[in-house]
Ligand binder design. Structure first.
Ligand code: ATP
Length: 230
C-alpha cells in the first residue's frame, strides 16, 4: 500500500446564481498510507466535497493536494484519469450498478479498455469471492439484496487494485446490521492490505470503530482523533 495524501490549506467554493457557497475552508490534513479514517459531521459540513477533492473528481478552489509529494491536479486530464484508474476506487450510498449486467460483468467494467498485467476475468472472480459473493457472480443486480449490491460495488471499486478506497456514506441505504457488515468488510479489506480507506458516515458508532475519526462542521475540521480501535 503506497501513497500518502497531504491536503494543504484546501478550500472549495461553489458559485451559482450569484450565490457563493464556501463548502470547504482551510483544510490541512495528512492521510498516511493504508490508514482507515472515518469522516463524520452534520449534513452540509463538507464531507462529500472533501472526498471528491481527495479523489480527484473535482478541483479545489484554493490550496493543494499532494499524493506522495505530487500535485496530480496540475497535470493533464489524461494523466489525472490514469492516476484515478491506478490509485483510487469509489463507493457511494447509491450502488450505481448497471442493471442489465451480471455481478461479474459489473465488477469488470472499470477494466474495460484498460491494459492490465493480470487476467481480468479471474481477477473479477477473485474480488467477488473476497466480498463473499462467490455464488452470485452471474446474478443481475435486481436479484441481489441491498447489502449484496453494495458488495458488488465494493468489488468493482477494488478490482483494479487501487491504493485508496473512498466511501461516501456506503451504509446510508442499508439497515443497521447490513451496514455493520459492509463496514466490517471494508475493515477487513484494509487489514488485508488491499487499500487505505476514507469513509464518510452519519453513524457515530461506525465512525468510532475506525483508526481515526475526523469531525467536520461548516466546511472545517473541528476534531481529529484516534478511533476506539487505536
Ligand atoms: N455542486 C454544488 N454546487 C453548489 N453547492 C454545493 C455543491 N456541492 C455541494 N454544495 C454545497 O457545499 C456544502 C457542503 O456540501 P457537502 O455535500 O460536501 O456536505 P456533506 O457534509 O457531504 O453533506 P451530507 O452529509 O448531507 O451529504 C453544502 O452547503 C452544499 O449545499
Amino acid at each position: 500500500m503506497a501513497i500518502e495524501i497531504i491536503c494543504t490549506e484546501l478550500g472549495k467554493s461553489y458559485i451559482g446564481d450569484g450565490v457563493t457557497t464556501n463548502a470547504l475552508q482551510n483544510i490541512n490534513l495528512t492521510f498516511s498510507k493504508g490508514e482507515f479514517t472515518a469522516i463524520i459531521g452534520p449534513s452540509g459540513s463538507g464531507k462529500s466535497t472533501l472526498l471528491s477533492l481527495i479523489g480527484t473528481l473535482d478541483k479545489p478552489t484554493t490550496g493543494k493536494i499532494q499524493y506522495d509529494g505530487e500535485e496530480i491536479m496540475n497535470k493533464s486530464k489524461n494523466k489525472i484519469a490514469d492516476f484515478r484508474f491506478e490509485e483510487v476506487g469509489f463507493i457511494f450510498q447509491q450502488f450505481h450498478l448497471l442493471p442489465t449486467l451480471t455481478a461479474l460483468e459489473n465488477v469488470l467494467t472499470p477494466l474495460f479498455a484498460q491494459k492490465v498485467a493480470y487476467k481480468k476475468h479471474r481477477r473479477g472472480e477473485e474480488v467477488l469471492e473476497q466480498v463473499g459473493l462467490a455464488d452470485k457472480m452471474n446474478s443481475l443486480p435486481s436479484q441481489l439484496s441491498g447489502g449484496q449490491q453494495q458488495r458488488v460495488a465494493i468489488a468493482r471499486a477494488i478490482v483494479h487494485k487501487p491504493n485508496w478506497l473512498f466511501a461516501d456514506e456506503p451504509t446510508g441505504n442499508l439497515d443497521t446490521e447490513t451496514g455493520e457488515r459492509i463496514f466490517e468488510l471494508l475493515r477487513q479489506l484494509n487489514k488485508d492490505k488491499e487499500c487505505g480507506v476514507i469513509f464518510v458516515t452519519h453513524n457515530p458508532k461506525l465512525a468510532a470503530k475506525a483508526d481515526r475519526m475526523i469531525t467536520m462542521k461548516d466546511g472545517g475540521v473541528i476534531s481529529d482523533q484516534p478511533g476506539e480501535s487505536k
